[in-house]
Design a protein around this ligand. Structure first.
Ligand code: GLU
Length: 279
């Protein structure tokens, strides 16, 4: 079986130990399988993503000995593609316009972070129809209708990582109650929603194995749902443990003390970094 994996950072800060672990693990797996390792910058949050973080990430990855097998994909260069997928879901009658606060919409579109619960949308705009969509509206997935469209389908994904290995059936009722009507796009500002863009790029890049942190495990069902609605089979998923600090807290990008650049400046070698993350 072919093996294609990817590292998909959001360049909102310097690369830190947790990212290095994820990238090295995926890279090692690809090399061991004689497969491919791809790089994708999820740079759709235009306020927080910075070119200098892209450059720093590229430098740090190279320094770590990581090589990618194709030109990196920058999501910000493909925004019209994600819009086409949104329009497809709209043509199936599965979206509605939402004019709720910009701040809430922006938070709903970003990649989720561990410990930050994504609020279930209170459905304020749910009764609105696509006909009265304005240019400043975001579009939400009508989760009840989306789930109704797939009722009777065996929806599942296979986890091949060590933590939750096995076949995971997707509970549609829980998607409705616990995830709700996610934002999948908006027109006025050029951006894309994490859930949709990341899932469709795994298909566009022919990813066979998604290697990423366990913090994203709980969001896999909604990505698999989106893929099914769009007519695609999901890849295999390998969710790995997170690198934590001595207090058990996940290392975040803003935790600059753990930035690879800092370890480099202090004279650490790539081998030192590997052993720090247990590889
Ligand atoms: N861009 C996401 C992040 O940096 C990762 C998405 C993924 O690997 O699926 O948290």
């Amino acid at each position: 079986m072919s093996f294609v994996t990817r590292f998909a950072p959001s360049p909102t800060g310097p690369l830190h130990l947790g990212h290095a672990y994820s990238a090295l693990l995926a890279h090692d797996m690809a090399r061991a399988a004689g497969g491919q390792f791809l790089l994708r910058f999820e740079d759709t949050d235009l306020d927080r993503c910075k070119p200098e973080y892209v450059q720093q990430t590229l430098d740090d990855l190279k320094w770590l000995g990581i090589r990618w097998d194709a030109e990196p994909l920058f999501q910000s260069e493909h925004l019209s593609v994600y819009n086409q997928y949104v329009e497809r879901l709209t043509s199936f009658g599965l979206t509605y316009p939402c004019g709720c606060s910009r701040k809430d919409i922006a938070a709903a579109m970003a990649a989720p972070q561990e410990g930050v619960a994504q609020a279930v949308y209170p459905q304020t705009c749910k009764a609105r129809s696509m006909e009265d969509r304005s240019d400043t509206d975001a579009l939400r997935l009508h989760m009840d209708k989306a789930c109704a469209a797939l009722r009777g389908t065996e929806l599942s994904f296979r986890e091949v990582g060590p933590i939750k290995s096995g076949l995971h059936a997707i509970d549609l009722e829980r998607l409705i109650s616990d995830v709700g009507d996610i934002v999948i796009g908006r027109k006025d500002i050029q951006t894309a929603a994490y859930f949709l863009a990341s899932a469709v790029d795994d298909i566009r890049q022919n990813i066979t194995h998604v290697v990423r942190g366990i913090d994203l495990f709980d969001f896999t069902p909604v990505q698999v749902l989106l893929l099914h609605l769009l007519g695609h089979e999901p890849p295999l998923y390998h969710h790995h443990a997170l690198i934590r600090d001595e207090n058990g807290k996940r290392l975040a990008k803003r935790d600059d003390a753990r930035a690879i650049a800092v370890f480099r400046a202090e004279g650490a070698s790539p081998t030192n970094i590997r052993s720090m993350v247990g590889l």
